[in-house]
Design a binder for this molecule. Structure first.
Ligand code: PMT
Length: 413
């Protein structure tokens, strides 16, 4: 199932409290409706001052709940909404609303409905930067986190009050990503219940305390894969080399430096992994000797002996704890298809994603990638140049097909 379908038919209650970021919630609600979700909106009296209920009624095609005494159901509006909601999203969540929730106050429809919630509640704070850094507010946020509330934290930038700082509500798309992650993990995502381990970024092989062998991998491709896998409900572990980008979705990460460390982290987490994706640009060689003191510069050439590093991907594919699906990447400058196919076979992989480094907008550091996906069962899919997030979706679509086939095969057998 693609991530867009995760939201089809899902029941989401959006609570709008009183902040100017309420205008951005219109775009969020509109998008969720387009995703096929059943969306109901409830508002605090202050929320109504920023955006009228008619706007949300038009966007959702459903009545908007604005006070506790609105007769939605014989059990009362707050209970009816709480029973309906698989997920509640409070956006914007003002300082006032967060304070009330942290202390269990029920003085308007939104706070009362949250008190009756039976599923996850996602909070998207928005406020002035001094309000955001206020220790009382921060203590309320910490308390709510400790109680299991989910947060999509505010970003930094220009605030409505004219100041700059942290407090801007997360963008609608970022809030949607969190919704996808939460609902995907609760049974709607194609990868729900699957453990996906991804290596990402470069490794560093130190020569001496000040020099290392490495490569320009930014970790963007690995982060995109982690983001998409998490949004489809997978439990994701991202093992990343130094400086590698992290996904917006909250996933478990382990930071490593050398190929050896990356191998140890991968091996420690391999049992129980359903899908392994090697997107890291692992250094193929390390210096045979590490000099504990900085090597002195001299006028004569310096000769270094290099030893091959362990091949992490190959050892995963040949391990006794081999995941159901093992995916490699291949960064090539010659004949990407032939080189990648040779790696697919030699390392015993299910899929390989070939990147032609000679193409503009492909490979290291770019926000985009162009790829050729090859499979051990003859699959071949060319992916034209597009954002790495979109490439990741195509790769994970292929992974899902393989998982479906392997579980179908097991059921038939
Ligand atoms: O990080 P970005 O800046 O976003 O760039 C993305 C990327 C170009 C790094 C990524 O798309 C990519 O192609 N990653 C693999 C790069 C690479 O090292 O390819 P390779 O052909 O050398 O290795 C083949 C495969 O074996 C890779 O899956 C690699 O992770 C794995 N490998 C390689 C050597 C080694 N010692 N251990 C390994 O596991």
């Amino acid at each position: 199932m693609g991530e867009n379908r995760v939201l089809e038919g899902r029941r989401i209650v959006v609570g709008v409290s009183g902040g100017i970021a309420a205008y951005k919630v219109c775009a969020l609600v509109s998008r969720l409706v387009q995703d096929g979700a059943q969306v109901r909106v409830m508002m605090t009296p202050s929320g109504e001052r920023f955006v009228g209920p008619v706007t949300f009624r038009s966007l959702t095609g459903r009545p908007v709940a604005v006070d506790q005494w609105t007769d939605l159901h014989e059990t009362g509006a707050h209970i009816a909404l709480a029973q309906f909601a698989e997920l509640m999203v409070i956006a914007p969540a003002t300082s006032n609303t967060l304070a009330k929730l942290a202390n269990g106050l029920c003085d308007n429809l939104v706070t009362t409905t949250v008190a009756a919630a039976r599923g996850p509640v996602l909070l998207a704070p928005a406020m002035n930067d001094h309000m955001w850094t206020n220790p009382v507010l921060q203590a309320n946020v910490a308390r709510l986190q400790g109680l299991g509330y989910e947060f999509v934290m505010p970003g930094e930038g220009r605030l409505a009050c004219g100041e700059s700082g942290v407090g801007r509500m997360a963008e609608p798309n970022t809030i949607r990503e969190s919704i996808l992650r939460i609902l995907g993990a609760r049974g709607g995502g194609a990868l729900a219940g699957k453990r996906v381990t991804i290596t990402s970024g470069p490794t560093r092989e130190w020569l001496d305390p000040v020099r290392f062998i490495s490569n320009p991998s930014s970790g963007k491709m690995g982060a995109a894969l982690a983001q998409v896998a998490a949004s489809r409900g997978a439990e994701v572990l991202l093992i990343s080399g130094p400086g590698a980008a992290l996904p917006a979705a909250s996933v478990d990460t382990i930071a490593v430096e050398s190929a050896e460390e990356m191998l140890r982290a991968v091996e420690a987490h391999l049992p129980g992994t359903d899908v392994f994706i090697g997107a890291a640009a692992v250094a193929d060689y390390r210096p045979e000797e590490y000099a504990a003191q900085k090597r002195k510069k001299s006028a004569t050439p310096l000769e270094l002996r290099l030893q091959p590093t362990p091949d992490i991907l190959q050892s995963v594919a040949q391990s006794d704890s081999r995941p159901a699906v093992v995916v490699g990447f291949a960064a090539e400058t010659g004949d990407p298809e032939a080189e990648a196919r040779a790696k697919l076979e030699r390392k015993g992989l299910d899929l390989i994603v070939a990147n032609d480094l000679t193409q503009p907008g492909a490979g290291f550091c770019a926000d985009t990638n162009e790829a050729l996906i090859l499979g051990s069962r003859g699959q071949r899919e060319a992916v034209s140049c597009r954002p790495k997030l979109e490439v990741a979706k195509v790769v994970l679509d292929q992974v899902e097909k393989l998982l479906e086939e392997s579980s179908g095969g097991r059921e038939a057998g």
